[in-house]
Write a protein that binds this ligand. Sequence first.
Ligand code: PLP
Length: 380
Amino acid sequence: MQEIYLDNAATTQPLAECNKIYAEYAQDGWQNPSALYAGATRVQNKINEAKEILLRAFGGAGHKCVFTSCGTESANTVILRGARKKKEMNYVCGGAEHPCVEESFKLLQEQGFEVRFVKPDKSGLIAPDDVAGAVDENTALVSVMHVNNETGAKNDVEKIAALIKAKNAQTLFHVDGVQAYCKEKLKNTANIDYYTVSAHKLHAHKGTGAIFYREGAPLKAYLLGGGQEAGLRSGTQNTLGILSFAAAVEYFEKNVEHRHFESLRETFLNACSNIPDLVVLSPRDKERACGHIVNLAVLGVNGETLLHTLEAAGIYISTGSACSSKKGKNRIRSALSLTEEEAAGAVRISFSPFTTGEEVCRAAQEIERNAGILRRFTRK
Ligand code: PLP
């Protein structure tokens, strides 16, 4: 049975290029990058080169790069250690953010700060005017994700950035770019103070993330110790993970066309168009939907049951990252105002540069076939 992996928003298979550099540096580049002899300096130089590669792909406008262990650590660091905290300050946060962002703001709430959550529409999109409307003269930091990990909604973060700065030039703007980096390009990053990313969503190895921060934007270390990463992230760097990350970014820059994902999305949705009671929960407007994540529900069919019937056919999808627990499911359901039936049925299908049109058509056929069988049992 040919297996089809369509859960690339959860994690991705490392590229051969990443495995190669990982193995090479495990063998010959294992020295501590902070040490002073030639082998160590060579490793530190490679880390510096990796930063350049990552920043170029981001389109940094005077940004710098700090390596961390993952997207979660990156977002926690920015939100908890970015803006200066004064009692009267408030924070603004998108209403359907990843838990690594939402939980950081909840901690600030517990510490007595006001956090204003901006409600998304049903597809996870945040209206730029609503964000601007929530910003005032005391807003320290705003956080809105670039691509929503559940629905693939693509927020207009450039417009949001411009509106925030027009309202209050001192307000800092963080964008969680974990699902967007190297897949959705930005034209203007000048008003984005912090952009956070993760290697394992891009076919590199797990265990590395990064923060791109505008030079001059406040940032303090979350992990304290030996002062690595210019004092902003102590702990010996994960050299192998960092070089693997840079190799993946270079691969995307050279080989992956935005159009590939758009065309997969179109092919997949066309192939699903005759499934009875199908609701597409991702944005329908192509401008505001990323190509690589599609969320849908077949009303009357439980998403988790559908997932397991597809698994039996060798097709791997998900019910959404945050839906792995009951708490997560309720969180997303209420954030997006889904009906009970939509939330129960929601499944997420996510593509990679290696996913083919044939694979997504087969997935659509299997969804149709299995949903048809399951509905007989679950619909009253
Ligand atoms: N932000 C978004 C939008 C994500 O989808 C994820 C992971 O699913 C994260 C942050 C966390 O990244 P990591 O797994 O590297 O901690």
